[in-house]
Ligand binder design. Structure first.
Ligand SMILES: Nc1ncnc2c1ncn2[C@@H]1O[C@H](COP(=O)(O)OP(=O)(O)OP(=O)(O)O)[C@@H](O)[C@H]1O
Length: 251
């Protein structure tokens, strides 16, 4: 088995008396989609915050690409290749799709483009941005204003922005939220393509999409991983069914 890209060990976090992350241990392997599912309020988003570095765990360790990153700030983790997909709200509506992605390329590369002449600099930036847009199937709308994109296209643009950060692992927090059936199909196809290039930690409410995509699934309930397994192992697991009682997510 390859070394894990991401390894959480004994991660715990409390908000006052509320335990939101309880002794969570899991791995994401290169080329794997590991999904985290769980009922509302189970602690999925809080976990993503701790992995990306916007929230410090109280206990436990986070290793990324063989390095302990538990104490590293968000930007340092991003530079190591841990990319969290940004929400639609971070898209600049007055910029084109290409400009939005170019901005992310520029932010990532910092000074590394500075030695180029301005025109060459812009060309290199745009080429990289265009490649990211092509990867998520948005090449044909590169020059369209971001505000004019459909909801599904905006979600694709978020993915392109994350890819522009040259990641090794993508942290995706509900990438399908608000997408219609056709958009969902398209996004599932794109995520499937991305799997061969990155490890993906996927938090998603759309269970059919999770079942279609995930190599492994961890089920979070009250901040604790109650089971990790393949789709077949999770789908009919009695404890998982009980955790979702009253929700129709597994229907
Ligand atoms: N900053 C905070 N301070 C106090 N409690 C918080 C804070 N952030 C989240 N919580 C609580 O922690 C618990 C876990 O929240 P979290 O958003 O991580 O769950 P989730 O699984 O992502 O939920 P959902 O599926 O509804 O998005 C919830 O009870 C929430 O109210």
């Amino acid at each position: 088995m390859p070394d894990p890209l991401l390894e959480l060990r004994g991660l715990s976090k409390n908000f006052g008396a509320l335990t939101v992350t309880s002794d969570v241990s899991l791995t994401v392997l290169p080329g794997e989609i590991h999904a985290i599912i769980g009922p509302n309020g189970a602690g999925k988003t809080t976990l993503i915050h701790q992995i990306s570095g916007t929230l410090r765990p109280d206990r436990g360790t986070i290793r990324f690409a063989g390095q302990d990153v538990t104490a590293l700030p968000f930007e340092r983790r991003a530079r190591l290749g841990l990319a969290r997909s940004f929400q639609i709200t971070s898209i600049v509506p007055g910029f084109t799709a290409l400009e939005n992605v170019a901005l992310a390329v520029q932010a990532r590369s910092g000074s590394s483009f500075r030695f180029l002449r301005p025109v060459a600099n812009e060309k290199a930036l745009n080429e990289e941005a265009r490649a990211a847009l092509d990867t998520v199937g948005l090449g044909r709308v590169a020059d369209r204003g971001a505000a004019a994109l459909s909801h599904g296209e905006k979600r694709q643009l978020e993915l392109a922005i994350a890819i522009a950060m040259n990641p090794r692992l993508l942290l995706l927090d509900e990438p399908l939220a608000g997408a219609g059936p056709e958009e969902t199909e398209r996004l599932i196809g794109i995520l499937r393509e991305l799997r061969s290039r990155y490890g993906i930690l996927l938090v998603e409410h759309d269970m059919q999409a999770v079942f279609a995509l995930a190599d492994r699934i961890s089920v979070l309930v009250y901040g604790r991983v109650i089971v990790t397994g393949t789709v077949d192992e999770i789908r009919d697991h009695p404890e998982v069914r009980t955790a979702y009682l009253g929700e129709d997510a597994l229907a």
